[in-house]
Structure formats: C-alpha cells, structure tokens
Design a protein around this ligand. Structure first.
Ligand code: NAD
Length: 293
C-alpha cells in the first residue's frame, strides 16, 4: 500500500481506488441488464437554486451515472419554488415507474425544510438513504436497505483495506443525520465501541487520543491536529472545506500523517466513495423496483 508522501508514514486509504472497483462491478452488472434488453436504472437529480458547489456535485453525479450506462436526468428548479410546487414535482417523480432513484441536492434554500422534503419523496425512491424508513432499518440492523452514501462509503474503505472494526474504540466527531449519526450506527453494527463527539463535547482531544479509529465530519479546516491522534490510529477525513482556494478536510493532513497508521486524503478519500455508493443505491432501488413489477 502506498504512503501519503515521503515525509509521512500513514498508509493512504485511497477512496478513488475503492470507488473504482465498486463502479467497475456496477458497470458489469449494468451491461448484462442492457444486453438482456431490460430497461436501465434511472436516477433523477433535483436541484433547487443556483448554489455553485451543488452545481458541481450534481454534474459529477449525472456524469458518473451516464458513464455506467444508467439513464439520468437533472431537474433544475428555481430558487423561489414554493414547497407546494416542489412537492408536486416529487409526487410526479414518485408516480413515474421508469424512475428508480431520486436525489434532492442539499442544501435547499432556507424557505424549504429538508426533513419534510425527504419525507415527501418517500423511502422507495430516496437514493440518499436519508428517509426515516432507511435510517430506521439502519438502527434495527435490517440488512439490504439503502444506506446513507458517505458513511456506507467509509465502511467500504475500511473493508477494502481489511481494517478490523470489532472491539476498536471509534470516535466520530460530528452528529449530523447524513454522516456522523449513521456512521456511528454502522461502526456499532461492526462491533466497535463508539463515542460520538460534537460541538458541545468537552475535552475533545482527550477523547480523540483514545481512538483506534477517528473520524472527523465537522466542516472545520485542520480541526484535528497531530497531538490529538493516537499513534497508529486509523483516521478518516470527511470534511470538505476551502482554505486558500484549495479543498481541504478537517484533519491537518501533514501533521496527522506522521502520527496515524492510516489516513484518507482530501481530495481522493471519502468524496469518491460518496458518489460510488450513490450509484450502488440506484442499482439497489432498481432491483427492488424490477422485482416488484
Ligand atoms: P453538519 O454541519 O451537519 O454537522 C457538523 C457536525 O460537527 C455537527 O454535528 C456539530 O455538532 C459538529 N461540530 C461543529 N463544530 C465542532 C467542533 N468545534 N468540535 C466538535 N464538533 C463540532 O455537517 P455534515 O453535513 O455532517 O458535514 C460535515 C463535513 O463533511 C462538511 O465539511 C461537509 O462538507 C463534509 N461532507 C463531505 C462529504 C464527502 O463526500 N466527502 C459528504 C458529506 C459531508
């Protein structure tokens, strides 16, 4: 396995490589579907407004879906759309049997409530795995469901690099519904002992120094410094922050790279896995829909 750089010793957990394997296997599955003249899976990405970062994410998702041979559509709605009009769009997508997966790109404009929007979309097309039914399945440990993409992608990275989770102390910084909370449940499912830290946590460094697996999903550049990490720990950097015009994570990569045993880079770590898991979820929903017909 390669190193982060000459001056560091942490093993680089390369999300691009893991995502590449997953996408290649999905492409193979799709090719056999297309050869047998079945319809291809279809993903619709709904974007509300003009957030520039969202536009980049939406473009990448559509491009990846197309590269696999999936059908895809970008529905770009005006920033000023009312909740009622957005709900009508979602109802229409829900009723269309040729659409398997729908993603509403977050964040939404302030006048729209994300939880109500996800609720209206319903579980059967929610490709992000944010619907309470999907999260409930995760809590109950029901297998085969649609899992939130970023935490599921992190678990795939750990699996790919054969990093055991069982019995380890995992500290997850961040308790959002899309990353921190579901990841904590997945690590728990893997029999880790999990501590969730957040903005009101006291003595953060004391906790992080006891972590065998440390995950930062906060959105603060360089929050985790070298002295906060246990030597040899597995460190996962989820953060996506702009610093001096560059994309950086929540981990001080240079300093932590000399202490940690394993480290995900930014970019090229968790990010590519999020998109790959989105494609996997589209495939899962497609299979569920095909079986129902
Ligand atoms: P969020 O804002 O919803 O949650 C941030 C969490 O960090 C909160 O639970 C908060 O309590 C905690 N927090 C804030 N300040 C803290 C501090 N000083 N100490 C400890 N905890 C603190 O964010 P999110 O949606 O979970 O995303 C977190 C980061 O991950 C962001 O940078 C986001 O862009 C990134 N992200 C990356 C991907 C990816 O694919 N790489 C996917 C999703 C999110």
């Amino acid at each position: 396995m390669s190193q982060v750089s000459d001056t560091t010793h942490a093993v680089r957990l390369d999300g691009k490589v893991v995502a590449g394997h997953l996408l290649a296997s999905l492409r193979d599955s799709l090719q056999s579907v297309i050869k047998s003249s079945q319809r291809a899976p279809k993903l619709v990405v709904v974007q509300v407004g003009e957030d520039p970062a969202s536009s980049v994410y939406v473009k990448n998702k559509i491009k990846t879906a197309q590269s696999l041979g999936m059908a895809s559509e970008h529905r770009h709605l005006p920033e000023s759309i009312s909740e009622q009009a957005l709900f009508a769009e979602l109802d229409q997508l829900n009723q269309n049997p040729s659409i398997d997966a729908v993603l509403v790109q977050m964040p939404l404009p302030k006048h729209l409530d994300a939880l109500s929007v996800i609720d209206r979309l319903g579980a059967s097309k929610d490709v992000d795995g944010f619907h309470p039914v999907h999260l409930g399945n995760l809590v109950c440990g029901n297998p085969g469901g649609v899992l939130p993409c970023t935490p599921a992608g992190i678990m795939q990275i750990l699996e790919h690099y054969r990093i055991p989770v069982e019995g380890k102390h995992a500290v997850v910084i961040g308790r959002s519904n899309i990353v921190g909370k579901p990841l904590s449940l997945m690590l728990l499912q893997g029999n880790a002992t999990v501590t969730i830290a957040h903005s009101r946590t006291r003595n953060l460094s004391e906790l992080t120094r006891s972590a065998d697996i440390l995950v930062a999903a906060v959105g603060v550049a360089d929050l985790v410094t070298g002295d906060m990490v246990k030597p040899g720990a597995v460190v996962i950097d989820v953060g996506m922050n702009k610093k001096d015009g560059k994309l950086v994570g929540d981990i001080d990569q240079a300093a932590v790279g000399t202490v940690a045993g394993y480290l995900t880079p930014v970019p090229g770590g968790v990010g590519p896995m999020t998109i790959a898991m989105l494609m996997k979820n589209t495939w899962t929903l497609y299979q569920q829909h095909i079986l129902q017909v």
